[in-house]
Design a protein around this ligand. Structure first.
Ligand code: TXD
Length: 310
């Protein structure tokens, strides 16, 4: 019996999610969107079925607007919502996306109450909080995808700057999905060599700043809409770790209940993702400077969440 993956939102990221999940044969795939977009999702699903002979994957892929079709999903990935336009902050999406996420959460609660849920919609840290509140799911069943994207960006920029393979750049980014996220140069290595020993302070500052503004950089280039290839892959990495019990340690927005001195907020921290879902949060002993940066991003997330009035 194949696993079932429900993609709530069949737009830019949703369609790439569907293609990646199919190519990786993660399971059968349901692409759900609003009634006015259901036929487009049906078309995308059919197009992906017609790609299967070349992609050499077996999966049943459908498009729908009926939550009944996600019945019993093992994984739910939520991208339903409005993306940014040039000049907008992620927080500018708050009010419109709260309504959407509330509706989605009620649908998932009714038809896929056991699913491992990966929230992608922005403002991410607030939307995963809203989804968790509305569903009432246990914390191991709900995470937000942002840190896996921010960390990929951090690694990519380092590889581009130093002219090395991305495969050998290791590191992580903590905190909220916003301009005060916390890349950790101190714990970043290139083939085991500390970044701080092979990049100048000026280079590191440039890399930190570019990572923090990476989403905005792409929104500016697009004019309308935001990144979709890298966010999609970043969510699939999490889903795959859950479905295959790969036990990856990935930076995800998880509900902290005392970890990192945070209580009752979803914030980007290193998480063990296993068949149990978000099984464990790993704590890092931060320096005083890193702690101050982390507290700044926590304050930003706290402010946005407080504006949700939920
Ligand atoms: O790292 C991250 N978490 C971010 C997330 C990285 C990039 C993009 N980020 C956010 O993901 C972005 O700011 C948006 O809030 C979401 C989705 O971005 P995407 O680029 O996929 O947006 P689209 O192409 O507009 O797709 C959104 C789809 C679209 O097809 C709508 O019709 C649908 O969501 N939608 C809904 N589906 C189901 N139910 C409801 N109510 C609904 N409302 C809109």
């Amino acid at each position: 019996m194949r696993k079932k993956i429900a993609l709530i939102g069949g737009g830019q990221i949703g369609q790439i999610l569907a293609m990646l999940a199919a190519q990786k044969e993660l399971g059968d795939i349901v692409i759900l969107d609003v009634p006015g977009y259901a036929n487009v999702c049906k078309g995308k699903a059919l197009d992906l079925m017609e790609m299967a002979p070349h992609g050499n994957y077996d999966a049943n892929i459908i498009g729908t607007s009926d939550y009944k079709d996600i019945e019993g999903a093992d994984v739910v990935i939520v991208t339903a919502g409005k993306p940014r336009e040039a000049g907008m902050t992620r927080e500018d999406l708050l009010n419109v996306n709260i309504k959407i996420i509330t509706e989605v959460a009620n649908g998932v609660k009714q038809y896929a109450p056991k699913a491992f849920c990966i929230i992608v919609t922005n403002p991410l840290d607030a939307m995963v909080y809203v989804f968790h509140k509305v569903t009432g799911f246990p914390k191991h069943q709900v995470i937000g995808m942002a840190g896996t994207l921010d960390t990929a960006r951090w690694r990519a920029f380092i590889a581009m700057e130093l002219g090395v393979s991305v495969a050998d750049v290791a590191g992580t980014v903590l905190g909220g999905h916003g301009p005060d996220m916390v890349p950790l140069p101190r714990l970043t290595t290139v083939g085991g060599v500390p970044l701080t020993e092979i990049a100048t302070p000026e280079q590191i500052e440039k890399l930190v700043n570019r990572t923090r503004e990476a989403g905005t950089e792409i929104v500016k280039l697009f004019g309308k809409g935001s990144a979709f290839f890298s966010p999609a892959w970043s969510a699939i990495v999490i889903a795959e770790s859950y479905l295959k019990d790969k036990r990856r340690v990935l930076p995800c927005a998880a509900l902290c209940e005392g970890e990192y001195g945070v209580n009752g907020l979803f914030i980007g921290v290193p998480c063990l993702i296993s068949a149990k879902g978000m099984e464990k949060i790993f704590e890092i002993k931060l320096t005083e400077e890193e702690k101050a940066q982390f507290q700044k991003t926590v304050a930003s997330v706290t402010k946005t969440v407080s504006e949700c009035n939920i």
